[in-house]
Design a protein around this ligand. Structure first.
Ligand code: FES
Length: 158
């Protein structure tokens, strides 16, 4: 496994690449988060105040300082999605996954999060799983979606 130092070196030890570096480190953690020790090490390597690095991490919703599932499912709770039934989407996911928003499944596969608009209002209700947006969801299509992510893992082609 590549070390924190090696990742940063690949980006020329440049603080201009902080976001990219943090994204890579988050992936490297295997639990979709940024361990405190790594954030500290990165701040030192980049010559940045720790508070500034945490400022960036907490600003962007894509970063987490707590371990998360391999797939983070974000359910949009903004107006258009709400009107189109996002609450029902949350209920179905809670039932399918057996967790509440903010929690991670015991197998470490899914974390459920509520988010604000991610620009898919025209296909509301929508969820974002990792970088993929899925819209016009119905109870059935949502269940199929979860199955496809589970099977993707099973067959190792995700
Ligand atoms: S309101 Fe849900 S994606 Fe914009």
């Amino acid at each position: 496994m590549e070390s924190v130092k090696e990742v940063i070196k690949r980006y020329g030890n440049s603080k201009d690449n902080l976001i990219q570096i943090m994204l890579e480190l988050q992936q490297l953690s295997g639990k979709n988060y940024l361990p405190d020790a790594w954030v500290k090490e990165a701040a030192e390597e980049l010559g940045m105040p720790l508070s500034k690095v945490y400022g960036v991490i907490t600003f962007y919703a894509m970063f987490s300082t707590e371990p998360r599932g391999k797939y983070v499912i974000e359910v949009c709770k903004s107006g258009p999605c709400h009107v189109s039934g996002s609450e029902n989407i949350v209920h179905i996911l809670e039932k399918e996954l057996g967790i509440k928003p903010g929690e991670t499944t015991a197998d470490g596969l899914f974390t459920l999060e509520l988010s604000s608009c991610f620009g898919a209002c025209d296909i509301a209700p929508a969820v974002k799983i990792g970088e993929n947006v899925h819209g016009n969801l119905t109870a059935d299509s949502l269940k199929d979606l979860i199955i496809s992510y589970r099977e993707g893992l099973t067959y190792g082609n995700n």
